[in-house]
Design a protein around this ligand. Structure first.
Ligand SMILES: NC(=O)c1ccc[n+]([C@@H]2O[C@H](COP(=O)([O-])OP(=O)(O)OC[C@H]3O[C@@H](n4cnc5c(N)ncnc54)[C@H](OP(=O)(O)O)[C@@H]3O)[C@@H](O)[C@H]2O)c1
Length: 329
């Protein structure tokens, strides 16, 4: 069946301005790190993508190495773009990244101009695109001058291969320096992608302030701590979960007794709010207006449907916030 997007999709989603830029993003964006590789099922990930777009999710996040095997998430996304989403290209914000190991030799990793430019060319081919909307440097490179990496991002925009640039996993000091270089070159950084969830709070120690000061948006990744901040591990490790899969980045040993006690206590608060724990964990991030969008993953359409409903209540009372903090201490 050819796909036609639901006509009421934009009524179902809130959009926030990304820093000081002209770009607006949905409060929930979908990442293709897991569940979209050649090891995964086409019909399943097609349903996830269709549900996302039908629900107002306009932003899809990739990277050169997503799969497995690396590159296959971009290939599969490209196939679906061609089959389903081609008429909607101008309604989509597609991002990709380079910064982690992708190919052999000295030019397939980190942050040189050679790597970034070649990698984006490969990504565009895999997805069948002329340009991406956002291109990220995926992690800081201690051995390449920051000026060179930022000049590569500026070049890519001037070549028309990306509209906007972003940074991921940069700490506050290096992010501030990078923003300055990019600003001077006339290609301001629009977005920063850090790991941020109830279980991962480093961004609160200055990064969010640096982003606000520089007019840069924030899109937290792994907002559900890869599934830990949901009700799925309450009774052990299900066989179809990320922690149980050999290709999953979440390891069994990360599902500790201490974590599960916290998850149980958080789940009780979520229930009192009339939400699932996943919904509460996402709402908890969105209560901060400096967070432009939260970048979720999903292995099933039902999970995405559940997470999307976090929008029904993103307000927290002081008592609720204090109770959450007491659990996370
Ligand atoms: N910049 C970076 O360095 C970086 C690093 C990592 C990720 N990212 C980006 O962030 C995106 C999201 O990361 P993530 O997948 O770790 O995010 P996440 O939202 O924290 O975790 C997603 C996983 O949680 C489980 N889940 C999701 N919704 C659920 C629900 N409602 N109920 C129960 N379980 C649910 C599923 O796990 P199961 O598979 O167990 O069902 C799903 O695969 C990635 O796709 C990628 O785009 C970026």
């Amino acid at each position: 069946m050819p796909y036609t997007a639901q006509s009421d999709r934009y009524k179902k989603m809130e959009y926030r301005r990304c820093g000081n830029s002209g770009l607006q993003l949905p409060v929930l964006s979908l990442g293709l790190w897991h569940n979209f590789g050649h090891v995964d099922l086409f019909d399943n990930y097609r349903s996830i993508l269709r549900l996302a777009f039908d629900s107002g999710v306009t932003h899809f996040d990739l990277a050169n190495n997503y799969g497995p095997p690396p590159g296959s998430a971009e290939e599969n996304f490209g196939r679906l773009l061609k089959q389903d989403f081609h008429p909607y290209r101008d309604e989509l914000i597609i991002s990709t990244k380079a910064g982690y190991y992708m190919w052999e030799g000295p030019y397939g990793d980190w942050g040189s101009k050679k790597y970034l430019v070649s990698s984006l060319d490969q990504s565009l081919k895999r997805m069948g695109l002329e340009y991406v909307d956002i291109f990220y440097h995926h992690r800081p490179d201690p051995n390449t001058p920051l000026e060179e990496t930022m000049a590569a991002l500026d070049l890519i925009v001037r070549q028309g291969k990306a509209l906007y640039v972003g940074l991921s996993n940069y700490k506050k000091e290096e992010a501030a320096k990078a923003f300055e270089f990019l600003q001077r070159m006339g290609t301001p950084c629009v977005i920063h992608q850090p790991k941020y969830s109830m279980f991962e709070r480093w961004v609160e120690d200055g990064l969010l302030d640096v982003l606000e000061k520089n007019g840069v948006g924030c899109i937290p990744f792994s907002p559900l701590a890869q599934g830990l901040l949901t009700n799925k591990y309450l009774k052990g490790i299900p066989s179809d979960s990320r922690a149980a899969k050999p290709t999953g980045f979440l390891k069994e040993e990360q599902v500790t007794g201490e974590r599960i006690s916290q998850v149980k206590a958080l789940n009780t608060i979520a229930e009192k709010r009339g939400q699932t724990l996943a919904q509460m964990a996402l709402a908890w991030l969105l209560k901060d207006k400096r967070v432009t969008s939260v970048l979720i993953g999903a292995s099933k359409p039902e999970q995405l449907a559940d997470s999307l409903r976090c929008q029904d209540n993103i307000n927290f009372s002081t008592e609720e916030l204090n109770a959450i903090e007491a659990i996370l201490k």
